[in-house]
Design a protein around this ligand. Structure first.
Ligand code: NAD
Ligand code: USQ
Length: 385
């Protein structure tokens, strides 16, 4: 298939592009390097030394003979260029990772709030609108988030995959309907993902666009089978207080003898997935599109749920790391249960990679290898809401 990966320079997009290319798909990456620019603004950097796009692609071509194309376009602004690329490349599918994805960054100040909304909402709308404009039957696979649901609201009932059945009392008796699961975003970033969902519903209904929305949990790990092949293919590893996600931060903290930073009580339960499963899920989603005219197909892209304190204990028991409880910089429930349904991916063949000592070792080894690149000033949370 011909596939465009929007945001293909990022943490999930780069290994996905390599994975799809390794499976014989013709891949075109589109990215505007905004993420690399934000690192410069924040005075931080990927823990791993990621190479520039030319070197990445040249290394992949030399290793595998596969050519991945690249275009530097801001998809939130350059609508005409986007349409022209669709008309020229004629993709069968597009994978949309190209959004500002850090909740803390989105909550820093009104500039970052507005940037996150402008960028994410326009990027999604432009892709949908360009699909309509070019009159091609392109399947859109989008990376959404578990945070659209708000991490559980029905005790230990599993969060379903996108839609809930409701019964409404009407004057003619009870009416049963399936509706989009109610949204409950905890940050401006998460809010943009709830707006994305509305746009998907609209374009699927009015323009018969085929959309798959993947509600992904927190991604951990760094390398995949393909990024391990050469040092020049190494994936991004964010560790700073804005972009670093919890488990990878803990593993980096082990490497530099920093106490593990639990925010609040650590009673927050979140869903997790390893990066090597992310790339497999995308492949499965591409191979199993909804039909034209279907409502958006929603998968919960998670393999397990864990409490933050449980993760810290696991890492501490294994490594002897100390734990530090910080005042929670975020407005979020101090404790929650979270049970998530993920039957759809399992049924389609996903064999989950769950947290294991071996995998933790692998990430800690990467963190140890690049320990000199850590800037300790960026570790503590700098965004509070
Ligand atoms: P990332 O920031 O590493 O990658 C996003 C990429 O998109 C970057 O390379 C950035 O330069 C590019 N981009 C952003 N706006 C763009 C624009 N307007 N035009 C062109 N390129 C643009 O993020 P990631 O961790 O790879 O996440 C990818 C997607 O997956 C995001 O949409 C995120 O919401 C979702 N997601 C990520 C996680 C996670 O834990 N990392 C979990 C759930 C969902
Ligand atoms: N946390 C700590 N200590 C830390 C960092 C985080 O206790 O050092 C806590 C946070 O308070 C939060 C939880 O860990 O309760 C998860 O935080 P996170 O930064 O790992 O993840 P989050 O902000 O939820 O965002 C990440 C990605 C985002 C994606 C989301 C999936 O950055 O793109 O959408 O995970 S989910 O959380 O399932 O909505």
């Amino acid at each position: 298939m011909k596939i465009i990966v929007f945001g293909g320079d990022g943490f999930c997009g780069w290994p996905t592009s390599l994975h799809l290319s390794s499976k014989g798909h013709q891949v075109l990456i589109i990215d505007n390097f905004s993420r690399r620019k934000i690192d410069i603004d924040l005075g931080t950097n990927s823990l791993t030394p990621i190479q520039n796009m030319s070197r990445r692609l040249e290394t992949w071509r030399k290793l595998t003979g596969n050519k991945i194309e690249f275009e530097n376009i801001d998809i939130a602004r350059d609508f005409d260029k986007l349409v022209n690329i669709f008309l020229k490349f004629k993709p069968d599918g597009v994978v949309h990772f190209a959004e500002q994805r850090a909740a803390p960054y989105s909550m820093k100040n009104s500039t970052t709030k507005r940037y996150t909304v402008d960028n994410n909402v326009n990027a999604t709308n432009n892709i949908l609108c360009a699909i309509v404009e070019c009159k091609l039957d392109i399947h859109l696979v989008h990376l959404g988030t578990m945070g659209v649901y708000g991490y559980g609201w029905m005790d230990d009932n599993p969060i379903p995959e996108g839609y809930v059945e409701v019964t409404i009392d009407t004057k003619n008796g009870k009416l049963k309907k399936e509706i989009l699961h109610p949204v409950n975003p905890g940050s401006i970033y998460h809010m943009t993902k709830t707006l994305d969902q509305l746009m998907f519903g609209y374009y699927a209904k009015n323009n018969l666009i085929r959309v798959t929305d993947l509600h992904q949990g927190v991604v951990w790990g760094t390398q995949t089978a393909e990024t391990k092949l050469d040092q020049n293919l190494i994936n991004r590893f964010d560790y700073d207080g804005d972009y670093g996600t919890v488990l990878n931060r803990f593993l980096m903290q082990v490497a530099i003898n920093h106490p593990l930073t639990i925010y609040g009580t650590g009673g927050q339960t979140r869903a997790f997935i390893h990066i090597s499963d992310t790339v497999k899920c995308i492949e499965i989603a591409i191979n199993n599109p909804p039909k034209k005219g279907d409502r958006p197909l929603i998968f919960n892209q998670v393999t397990e749920t864990r409490r933050v304190s449980e993760l810290a204990l696991l890492v501490s028991k294994k490594t002897g790391a100390k734990i530090e409880y910080l005042k929670n910089p975020r407005k979020e429930a101090s404790e929650n249960e979270l049970v998530v349904e993920n039957k759809k991916f399992l049924k389609l063949g996903l064999n989950p990679t769950t947290l294991s000592e071996g995998l933790l070792d692998e990430v800690t080894e990467i963190a140890r290898k690049y320990v000199d690149r850590v800037d300790e000033k960026t570790i503590l949370p700098r965004s509070k809401w």
